[in-house]
Design a protein around this ligand. Structure first.
Ligand code: ADP
Ligand code: MG
Length: 287
């Protein structure tokens, strides 16, 4: 019975991967009353106060806020790597039960397999799903091409720059045809130039694949350059304070006047949030 179920899952994974050529495309994500309280060393930390969030299929949503406001926690709950204390997440209308190949999370440090070259890193998920070698190579080629890593197929992680490692991680994620990419400060460790280039490339990849993207950042301009929406978080406890719709035309450039204006407005809101928090804590301390 179990074996049959596993075979059925595998068959569905392969069918999904093979549908690359036809569609790709994103799914809607719905966060309903999701909260998270961590208990560590006898103390409880309210990382997220109940959050509601509706993300449309193919939407690019940025989660923005200072560190400690629950962005990573929410992203990990959406990916299924972390359980919510209350509430639930629906992916394409179905409550998630844990991690799945429909939602892939990417981190600041691209966790490549150091014993595999770029080609085999990108093929990894396909191999696991049982996709035949020739087809694996074709799919890997398509995504290595998409992230501009042609010529580096045989390079290992330690031979790549940070940007190239992150490109490999993006190709590896795309290869298994997830409907949603959940990106946690993926460009946070890169130099400014590489970061700019990868932002531009990610926007192009998103336009080509129409995946749903949830992108965590504490960089206001990055959020405004990429997002259809920018969701502003406040800390202690982590919560959503504003939901900005960014109607600027694409492709966007960091130096565009309109972009700079919108970023300034959002930065204003963010500054108010942080100042209000500091004020509250000062009062708390003097009480
Ligand atoms: P962000 O990504 O916005 O910086 P996080 O989601 O990482 O914020 O963290 C939100 C809050 O939850 C912080 O106060 C953090 O210290 C706390 N936190 C996160 N993960 C854990 C954990 N595993 N155990 C205890 N506290 C945690
Ligand atoms: Mg974080």
């Amino acid at each position: 019975m179990q074996q049959q179920a596993t075979r059925e899952t595998k068959r569905r994974e392969i069918t999904n991967i093979r549908s690359h050529a036809r569609s790709g495309g994103g799914i809607p994500l719905r966060v309903e009353g999701v909260s998270k309280t961590f208990i560590s060393r006898g103390r409880s930390v309210e990382a997220l106060r109940p959050v509601d969030l509706d993300i449309a299929a193919g939407e690019f949503v940025c989660l923005l806020g200072p560190s400690g406001c629950g962005k990573s926690t929410l992203l990990s709950i959406i990916s299924g790597l972390e359980d919510a204390s209350s509430g639930r997440v629906l992916a394409d209308g179905i409550p998630i039960q844990g991690p799945g190949t429909d939602r892939i999370q990417l981190f600041q440090e691209a966790a490549l397999f150091p014993w595999l070259d770029v080609q085999h890193n990108v093929e990894f998920g396909l191999r696991h799903a049982g996709v035949p070698a020739k087809e694996r190579a074709e799919i890997a080629h398509k995504f290595i091409d998409m992230v501009h890593l042609n010529g580096f197929e045989k390079s290992y992680s330690h031979q790549l720059s940070g940007g190239m490692r992150q490109r490999t991680a993006i190709a590896r994620a795309l290869a298994i045809n997830p409907a949603a990419l959940l990106m946690d400060e993926p460009f946070g460790a890169l130099d400014a130039l590489t970061r700019d280039r990868l932002q531009t490339e990610l926007e192009l990849i998103w336009r080509e694949t129409r995946k749903t993207i949830v992108f965590v950042t504490h960089n206001v301009r990055e959020a405004v350059a990429l997002g259809d929406r920018v969701i502003v978080f406040a800390p202690r406890p982590g919560r959503i304070v504003r939901d900005f719709r960014i109607d600027l035309p694409r492709p966007r450039h960091l130096e565009d006047h309109d972009l700079v204006d919108v970023a300034a407005e959002i930065l204003g809101v963010l500054t108010e949030v942080i100042e209000a928090q500091e004020e509250e804590e000062r009062h708390g301390a003097s009480r």
